[in-house]
Design a protein around this ligand. Sequence first.
Ligand SMILES: Cc1ncc(COP(=O)(O)O)c(C=O)c1O
Length: 366
Amino acid sequence: MIPQARTRPPAVHPGTTVPGDGRPALPGVPSGVLGTIGGTPLVELRKVLAHLPIRVFAKLERFNPGGSIKDRTAFTMLTAGLRTGELVPGRSVVVESSSGNLGVGLAQMCAYYGLRFICVVDARTTEQNIAVLRAYGAEVEVVTAADAPDGEYLQARLRRVRDLVRRVPHAYWPNQYANPLNPAAHEQTMGEIADALDGRVDYLFAATSTGGTLRGCSAYIRAHGLPTTVVAVDAEGSAIFGPPAGGRLLPGHGASMRPPLLEQNPAHHVLRVSDLEAVAACRRLAAAEGLLAGGSSGAVLAAVARHADRIPPGAHCALVFPDGGDRYLDTVFSDRWVAEHFGDVSHLWKDAAVPGTDETTGARPR
Ligand SMILES: Cc1ncc(COP(=O)(O)O)c(C=O)c1O
């Protein structure tokens, strides 16, 4: 049965206007694609962790127009610059380091506002992401020399950004790693989750890289006195919360340094998830829920399963799923890539498909 149309919760920005366009927005009709940022669906996952006595809700950030949670961050950071006059369409040049989602969010916004955008990526950025950036009209600078000796690129990318900011006239660097507007964007994300669950959020699981999501959601939780236990989900090969335990393959969550936004860790618990755990969880989500989710969403789901024996029965657990699986078809969802990196591991998701009943799926009977 086709689910009944639901009223979407209000987007972050119910209406945006093109500079110089005096036409008022029609009620309920976003004026431009940026008006659809936020207000993403929260869905209950009834199958993939059905063996656990808890309720699991996923905030599906892929429903933002650029395909990820980073649309919120891009919007909040750039509109501030436009408002203060630091950013001027037709003159300013936005420069940022991103291997994926923030770059796409910024490229989308810069196209809308007529801003030139230079995105600094690295040799690990996928062809597909670079193609998406270019499709929006962004200029792409690829850093090919990794930071010795760890094989990460973050410091090299940031050096290139600083160099461009020095050389390009009217350059503007949002600096997602240190900009307080990055976490500020996610107070709204958490507000939407809390509203959807009538304030009953016992646990929040959030993947972490810049710390924007974690810090913004935690700030909302504190400001509204919610009794929520916050769990940060990091990658095993990341240096955010301590020395890395090996390398990491998946982009998105994790970082090769402690980001300035996380000098103080707002989480109650930190769980580090391996690439294989994240991949297996993505595959289980696809098989059981029909939900194609990105690598960090898989890491978040794996973290819930790992933490489950510490979660009281009946608890409401909210999971932030930052993006969709479409950008991971050559990695997480490629049998060849998985076999190359992990061997034959398909048994980890073989039994994941759960035949659905109206009760387990929540679908209404015909
Ligand atoms: C797919 C994905 N997951 C998780 C994160 C981490 O989010 P944050 O930077 O807010 O910590 C990002 C950030 O870019 C991401 O792209």
